[in-house]
Design a protein around this ligand. Structure first.
Ligand code: SF4
Ligand code: FES
Length: 234
């Protein structure tokens, strides 16, 4: 079955089950996303993709809201832009977004005020450097869940990552906060590939940013080889 609706003044017809985000993209437009990624299941977490549907009381997240027959959708109304701007300002007030270029571009586009909430408590965590491959800095994490999802049913079926604690203190973690090397992690790198910020990064990149010497980087990213006893050498 097909559905006809109007998006930003243009009528369009899409198959039943199409999300508003998909419909907008099919028309050549776009809606900003943070928690959504084409490789992960949409969960409607960040709300940056909200759009106005029929002037309803609540804005709808385009990544999960389905197209409805006869709907009138506005993706850039003043109300939509104000909502996106506030979300960006709140994110910026608590999370280190210095290594999140896509979100920074959104902040410029929506003219987000970087000083809107000067007294906000920052979400700060120690840097996890517990394995030779990745470094995790959850002070830069926007809790989009993408890493948790690709580690689970959306890609890898490894389930090494989960969410810990509640509310403001919610953060990505391994089960019982064990090190990645003790977890089921297979170091596939899928989590790094979908992370929209600098929260997850390869250790070599992290070392270069920190000014580590090539020897330091080599030492921290390789396990020393066991020297074979003389009588085992061939
Ligand atoms: S670590 Fe990155 S991918 Fe994982 S939830 Fe945080 S921002 Fe999203
Ligand atoms: S991208 Fe739609 S809610 Fe995050």
């Amino acid at each position: 079955m097909s559905i006809t609706l109007t998006i930003d003044g243009h009528e369009t017809t899409v198959p039943d089950g199409t999300t508003i985000l998909e419909a907008v993209r099919q028309m050549g437009g776009d809606v900003p996303v943070i928690c959504y990624h084409d490789a992960t299941t949409a969960n409607g977490l960040c709300r940056i993709c909200v759009v106005d549907v029929n002037g309803g009381r609540l804005l709808q997240p385009a990544c999960v809201a389905l197209c409805q027959p006869g709907a009138n959708v506005e993706t850039r109304s003043e109300r939509v832009e104000r909502s996106r701007r506030t979300i960006l300002e709140m994110l910026n007030s608590t999370v280190d977004l210095s290594q999140a270029p896509e979100i920074q571009a959104m902040m410029a586009e929506y003219q987000a005020d970087t000083d809107r909430f000067p007294g906000a408590e920052r979400r700060e965590f120690p840097v996890y450097d517990d394995n030779p491959f990745y470094v995790r800095d959850y002070s830069q994490c926007v809790l989009c869940w993408r890493c948790v999802q690709v580690c689970a049913e959306d890609a890898q079926y490894t389930f090494a990552l989960t969410l810990d604690e509640r509310g403001f203190h919610t953060h990505v973690s391994t089960a019982f906060d064990i090190s990645l090397t003790d977890s089921p992690c297979v170091f596939c790198g899928q989590c790094i590939g979908v992370c929209p910020t600098g929260a997850l990064k390869p250790k070599i990149e992290y070392g270069l940013e920190q000014g580590w010497s090539p020897d330091d980087i080599r030492r921290s990213t390789r396990k020393p080889r066991r020297r074979q006893p003389a009588n085992e050498e061939t």
